[in-house]
Design a protein around this ligand. Structure first.
Ligand code: ATP
Ligand code: MG
Length: 317
């Protein structure tokens, strides 16, 4: 039976220490991510995302706390057998081609030799890296190298994918492609833990979102749980006369005509007045919808509500 939690951390803490200073990059992180979940790990630059990921993969040791992958302590090499990892800044041998690189990684991931060829082609295709799989990696663009990194993470057909900024350096079209790849993996029941700055992408594919700020987990929930209703109301009406449209501009922002319809945005205080105005002038009200925050707005609100904590300290002699 598979473990309940694909990723579990308890009080995970990393303090970087030099001779004169200590810096707490991650503090008391408690995460529980179920098998099959897609979780976005959001945080500003320097929030502690990569540090957390490095602890999960046992690249660096936590100062305090523990972590498990499928109930196996992260410190045990067998914990990584089910993991595909895409680093933030992939460095690959420049003279290898993506196909050669993947053959090597498939062997490292323990893919049986008779399956290697097939698995390499499947991973290249899934990551949309098959079109340049024969060119030396040193001659690929940043976005192409990102796709090779994803293919490398997929080649062992792992159940858990840990992806550090998978969309970084990708153009808008490639970002959509990346999202589609992740969506397909999600539909295959894979567990995905990805750090990202692209909040709209995360909002679309993640079941839950963890917000980390200055090393602390500030929020962890579904996008619906994290976002609140705003004081913004979007009105849509038809048969709006030019005079009514002019009057509407006094009460609303973003008034614009879209074919037969007029759209306008206002707040809770003026929405009743705007509706009354439309009624009085014989317009037909199509809808009034209170808007929810976007994940980006929720992220900014949550982060800005938190008083800044200074973790840097002079080290005791
Ligand atoms: N080896 C290190 N020694 C000292 N401090 C470090 C080290 N690695 C990271 N840090 C610090 O820890 C903090 C968290 O860094 P981390 O790389 O985890 O951030 P991040 O959330 O991944 O940021 P980004 O979005 O920029 O990738 C930063 O302040 C960083 O300077
Ligand atoms: Mg990082």
């Amino acid at each position: 039976m598979r473990a309940q939690w694909a990723i579990r951390t308890e009080g995970l803490t990393k303090v970087y220490a030099s001779r004169h200073q200590t810096y707490t990059a991650v503090y008391n992180l408690n995460l529980q991510i179920a098998d099959g979940e897609t979780v976005g790990f959001l945080g500003a630059n320097g929030a502690g995302k990569t540090t957390t990921i490095k602890m999960l993969l046992d690249f660096i040791a936590p100062t305090q706390g523990r972590a498990w992958l499928y109930d196996i302590p992260c410190t045990e090499p067998r914990a990584r057998r089910q993991v595909g990892y895409m680093p933030e800044q992939p460095y690959f041998p420049r003279y290898l081609t993506p196909r050669e690189l993947l053959h090597a990684h498939a062997a490292l991931a323990g893919v049986p030799s008779r399956e290697v060829k097939h698995r390499v082609e499947v991973a290249l295709e899934m990551a949309r890296a098959d079109g340049f799989a024969h060119r030396p990696i040193g001659k690929l663009s940043k976005g192409m190298t990102q796709r090779v990194a994803l293919a490398q993470a997929l080649v062992g057909n792992p159940q858990l994918l840990i992806l550090d900024e998978p969309a970084s350096g990708l153009d808008p079209v490639s970002r959509v492609e990346m999202r589609n790849v992740l969506q397909a993996l999600k539909e295959h029941g894979k567990t995905i833990f990805l750090s990202s700055h692209h909040l709209s992408e995360v909002e679309r594919i993640c079941d839950r979102v963890a917000i980390i700020h200055q090393g602390r987990l500030l929020a962890f929930g579904t996008p619906e749980e994290l976002t609140q209703q705003t004081d913004r109301y979007v009105l849509v009406a038809e048969q709006v006369t030019t005079d009514a449209e002019r009057a509407l501009r006094q009460l609303c922002s973003g008034v614009r005509r879209d074919g037969a319809q007029v759209n306008a945005v206002t707040d809770g205080e003026r929405v009743y007045e705007a509706v009354a105005l439309l009624r009085q002038t014989g317009a037909r009200l199509v809808s009034v919808i209170q808007q929810r925050e976007t994940l980006e707005e929720a992220f900014l609100r949550i982060v800005q509500q938190t008083p800044s904590t200074e973790f840097t300290g002079e080290k005791a002699a």
